[in-house]
Design a protein around this ligand. Sequence first.
Ligand code: GYE
Length: 332
Amino acid sequence: MWRKIVVKKTLTAASALLVGVTALAGCGDSDASGGDGKIVMGFAQVGAESGWRTANTESIKQSAEDAGFELKFSDAQGKQENQIKAIRSFIQQKVDVIAFSPVVETGWDAVLQEAKRAGIPVILTDRAVDSEDTSLYETFLGSDFVLEGEKAGEWLVENAAESDVDGDGDINVVQLEGTTGAAPAIDRAEGFASAIEADPSIEVTASQTGDFTRDGGKQVMESFLNSEDGIDVVFAHNDDMGLGAIEAIEAAGLEPGVDVKIITVDAVRDGMAALAEGKINFIVECNPLLGDQLMDLAEQVLDGEEVPERVVTEETTFTQEQAAEVLPDRKY
Ligand code: GYE
């Protein structure tokens, strides 16, 4: 731990120095941080796959405007190669700071090395990268996805009796996974699996990716309904896939939330509405409103201040009754 802190400090000092050099070198020409003194942030977003992502994008754009940043925003349409291209272009444009939400966990070292060599600090938001070299980014702002999966699994353990819908003594869970290789898909599956170990009657009998989209969730659920016997519970890694599953369940003549219990993650407005209506049974919140914290962290990094290696967002969970209560004031 001590070693890590020392390493971090040295790096922060080094990046501050590099930022200083960049600022000097940029005077009066091609540097993106133009004469108006605005901080220029390049942001490489995953795409527009879900309600969560839409809220996250709005939050980042709004907070950048409020903080007086110039935001260069790129939408990677779910493709890692597009994100890598966007980051390279931000480096070429000599932005002051790069922030991004990595589509998948691996494969970032080369492009992050390029940013480091150019002296441009990188902040990870929402999703993490899986790299041994933590010097490639300043900090990671986002949720604890393992904890989210655990909360989902703990609710099921606590509500096991009612969740054995067909009353056969086994609770068969089908899982709709997020994008393959993405941090929230890997970690939510892991957290859920570890929590349900507490009750041997609960078992994940089928698990497949629905790519965090409504359509993906619907299609995978349709195929599960055809291939799996005695499905009691759906655990969807986000609301959108859960909403897609609801459509498939209804099309099969079953009642979502009653004939098949549904647990999801995110707590965006549409998910919360379905929860309040009784079609979803439990939602673990994942907060997309990361914009203000991101701009604060960027300012601190550029001022050469030390920032924590990890900033975890605070989140809660919602039952059907709680969803009905908070829905009128839900912002996203
Ligand atoms: O849960 C999902 C989105 O990375 C936390 O990505 C985010 C996830 C979110 O597509 O809806």
